[in-house]
Design a binder for this molecule. Structure first.
Ligand code: HEC
Ligand code: HEC
Length: 271
């Protein structure tokens, strides 16, 4: 069971730390080994081996039901890598990532599943590759009707077919509210919890697919930013004349709805 495994992993780390402390007095050699091990793992990226996206998705769904979205994704990958590689994954305290729940302690900012996935990218990939995978994952999340994952044993709701929606945004607030609007279920319903559990599984699966591809050298981005957002960025973001904002989120989701042409934006300077 995930929680128990996660808990045991954490306890392992605590035990190791305690042993290390004990050793300072009695067995300095072992202590030095602990120090060397710590120094070794203070540098990222850590090793990665190919994982099975579907089984990681199953663990993420189950993990979500215990400790929410960010934990669901991080724990699924970390536990899977711990099973194959061992340290440092076996000692990684995945419970830290519970903070990401509901877009960081209920603030509904960045979706916790994405937050967790982004952290995993920086665990196992160098910066440029991590950013490329994050870009792809966030864009896929914005533009794809989700959730797709169907659990073998649904925990909170067994609605079938399960309602899907496009998030249009990496933000928990927008993602959840768009789903509530299209499904008719409330933000604090069991159905919404089920939706986010399945979404965490989807994100974990997609993440592992992308990591596998990146490691195999077959990664090709398939979700570029949409045309409207690209146009907005050309005048407002990095390298533009105005440079009065930054970001890659779909601009039209907040600034105007269903916009296809800048000219249709109410109150926007005509160009
Ligand atoms: C061809 C350049 C250009 C493009 C493309 C463009 N903008 Fe602008 N935008 C401007 C200029 C110029 C202003 C006025 C800036 C000022 O007055 O300081 C502006 C102002 C704004 C403002 C400030 C509020 C307002 O209405 O005056 C917002 C918000 C904005 N743009 C959003 C967007 C979004 C969203 C898009 C894409 C759908 C977009 N812009 C595309 C040039 C552009
Ligand atoms: C999640 C919602 C959201 C998204 C997505 C978003 N914005 Fe904004 N944007 C805001 C809010 C909120 C403000 C602040 C508006 C205010 O307080 O008047 C703002 C402010 C701005 C301003 C300054 C407006 C002014 O009055 O001077 C510009 C320009 C702008 N955004 C452009 C963009 C562009 C370009 C994108 C896409 C790359 C984008 N925004 C995406 C919500 C969003």
């Amino acid at each position: 069971m995930i929680t128990r495994r996660g808990f045991l992993g954490l306890m392992g780390a605590v035990a190791a730390a305690a042993a290390g402390l004990g050793c300072t007095e009695n067995k300095p050699v072992t202590h030095n080994q602990t120090v060397t091990q710590t120094a070794k793992f203070s540098q990222v990226p850590w090793p990665y081996v190919k994982l099975d996206p579907d089984s990681v998705a199953d663990i993420a769904y189950e993990g979500y039901m215990h400790h929410h979205c960010m934990y669901g994704v991080v724990n699924a990958v970390v536990q899977s890598l711990a099973d194959k590689i061992g340290e440092p994954y076996s000692s990684f305290p995945t419970l830290i990532t519970v903070y990401g729940k509901a877009g960081v302690s209920g603030w509904a900012t960045l979706c916790g599943a994405l937050n967790g996935a982004a952290m995993v990218c920086y665990m196992v990939l160098p910066e440029k590759e991590a950013d490329a995978v994050i870009n792809e994952l966030f864009s896929w999340y914005e533009y794809t009707p989700l959730p797709e994952y169907v659990p073998e044993h649904p925990v909170k709701s067994d609605l079938s077919p399960f309602p899907k929606s496009k998030a249009n945004s990496p933000l928990c607030h927008v993602s959840v509210s768009n789903w509530c609007k299209s499904s008719g279920y409330k933000a604090f319903s069991r159905e919404r919890e089920e939706r986010c559990g399945r979404l965490a599984a989807d994100v974990a699966r997609k993440l592992v697919e992308l990591l596998n591809e990146m490691k195999a050298g077959t990664f090709v981005p398939k979700y570029p930013l949409d045309n409207v957002t690209m146009k907005c960025r050309a005048c407002h973001c990095k390298g533009s004349s105005l440079q009065n904002t930054r970001g890659k989120m779909a601009c039209w989701e907040c600034h105007t709805k269903n916009i296809t042409l800048i000219d249709e934006m109410e109150g926007h300077p005509k160009i």
